[in-house]
Design a protein around this ligand. Structure first.
Ligand code: FE2
Length: 494
């Protein structure tokens, strides 16, 4: 067992949107929510009232929790046994870590930090506490390390799941006196943490050799499409965008989504469609990867040191380009959005004489309307469904751009939510008045380092409950593994 702790001490950094991992598991006191049996009974009664008044339905929480756990188990089952300890992305932990992490995070956050109760396995709860997000591969610990078996990790997961189910159904998971439990914060936190990882795990699985993963039964065939639509732009007049949110609007949001505030956005012109593989091929063919002028300093260093000459999702053989899909390789679909790093996206925009949208411009294009009101989703206020875009795990790869006209924004901009996150030119940081969240204090603030960029929207592997308008995702500019695309903007004179 000692080896586990050696590994934990080797960790460098922490993983960002990719990680969503607990910091210290030391619990805040929730004595005010416990006390004598009579107090507990009274508080339980009050808790159920608070729960109802705050829209908390214990059984619904359990249903979401069990759906999350089932989906994660299915995901890990698609990896063949001999790849379980492999590390498909060198900058991340091996696959086995994440199966332990999902369960340990739930215990650390809800049971230990929230309810101030003992955990289940102190060694596992340290070993699997946090992921990694090093700047480059040289920072990743290279020493041999013995991980627990999958059987041991799953046995821990089963015990953890029982504890969480019990807590969600029976314990004082809402307590105004405890900031970790206020409004059911810790329970909400674990329920969003897991689907976020389900997306980042898919990035990882995407890099696994095909013989190391099992295609799930019933996976839909790829929609390759034909020629991409002709590029179009639309003018968005100057106006206001509401960024962030408030607990009056949503039952839960991550700390970096608060506080809600309004931003004046000057007029701009934006692409109706995401940049396609076809357009990006022109950029690569025109020497875009070799033109120093198109790259910022950090992007150029990454491109030069790593020998980058095309998007990671592209592969070349006998003079032909292919797309590396999740379960099969196909000739490069010209109408699919290109998936690239922020550095590549920004270089493309410069080549076009344009730039990436700011976070506020994205909001304006996605949620603003000519009448001045703002929508919950690009298409309106109706909840997301399969007609609105490529999200919620229905597919493992993109669809052609513009395939979901029912998801267009009020300005006619397509695919703003779904089919690939969209890089912005906004550096990730806290909104004015930012406060770290009590249930997970290092969730965002560890990444306010000027090296991570905001992404908005959603990808095929983003759960529908994460399509919240205020949700912000972020990654390093040189991280090419994510399902992230781009569109360009240019400023307009009013
Ligand atoms: Fe995490």
């Amino acid at each position: 067992m000692q080896a586990y702790f050696n590994r934990a001490e080797e960790r460098k950094g922490s993983d960002g949107a990719d990680g969503h991992c607990s910091g210290s598991s030391a619990g805040l006191s929730s004595e005010t929510c416990r006390g004598t049996p009579e107090n507990r009974a009274r508080l339980r009664q009050r808790n159920s009232i608070v729960s109802e008044s705050m829209g908390i339905d214990r059984q619904e929480f359990v249903n979401l929790f069990e759906r999350n756990r089932r989906r994660s188990r299915d995901l890990f089952d698609t990896v063949v046994a001999d790849a379980y300890e492999s590390r498909p992305i060198a900058l991340r932990n091996p696959i086995c870590f994440y199966e332990g992490h999902l369960a340990a995070f739930n215990v650390n956050t809800l049971v230990k930090r929230g309810l101030s109760e003992a955990g289940i396995d102190p060694e596992f709860e340290v070993l699997f506490e946090r992921g990694i997000d090093p700047e480059d591969e040289s920072a990743v610990g290279g020493k041999p390390f013995r991980w627990p078996s999958r059987q041991a990790i799953q046995a821990y997961g089963d015990r953890a799941d029982r504890a969480i189910r019990d807590a969600l159904l029976e314990k004082e998971i809402v307590c105004d006196e405890n900031p970790v439990l206020r409004g059911g914060l810790a329970a909400h936190t674990i329920l969003e943490h897991e689907p976020m990882h389900q997306e980042t795990l898919r990035y990882m699985w995407h890099r696994l050799p095909y013989e190391k993963k099992i295609r799930p039964a019933g996976a839909p065939p790829l929609e390759i499409g034909g020629k991409p639509p002709l590029p179009e732009t639309v003018k968005i007049p100057a106006g206001t965008a509401t960024l962030g949110t408030t607990l009056e609007r949503v039952p839960f949001a991550w700390d970096n989504e608060f506080p809600e505030h309004r931003v004046e956005v000057p007029a701009f012109e934006i692409d109706v469609f995401n940049v396609t593989n076809s357009e990006f091929l022109e950029f690569a063919g025109a020497g875009g990867y070799e033109d120093r002028e198109l790259w910022d300093e950090e992007g150029w260093r990454w491109r030069s040191e790593a020998g980058i000459g095309h998007p990671l999702f592209w592969e070349r053989e006998n003079g032909r380009w292919y797309w590396r899909g999740m379960f099969e390789r196909v000739p490069l679909p010209p109408a699919w959005p290109v998936y690239v790093s922020h550095a590549e996206a920004a270089a493309f925009a410069r080549w076009k004489g344009k730039r990436l949208p700011t976070e506020a411009e994205f909001h304006r294009a996605a949620y603003g309307t000519p009448g001045g009101t703002e929508r919950s989703y690009p298409w309106g206020d109706e909840p997301p469904d399969a007609t609105r875009g490529n999200f919620d795990f229905r597919r493992s790869d993109p669809t052609p751009v513009g395939a979901f006209p029912a998801g267009a924004s009020a300005w006619g901009v397509q695919d703003l939510v779904g089919n690939g996150w969209e890089w912005t030119s906004t550096v990730f940081s806290g909104f004015p008045g930012f406060e770290p969240m009590a249930s997970y204090p290092v969730y965002s603030s560890d990444f306010f380092d000027g090296k991570h960029w905001v992404m908005k929207g959603a990808s095929p592997a983003t759960a529908k409950e994460l399509l919240r308008r205020s949700l912000r995702n972020w990654f390093r500019g040189n991280y090419p593994y994510v399902y992230a695309t781009l569109r360009c903007v240019r400023e307009l004179k009013d």
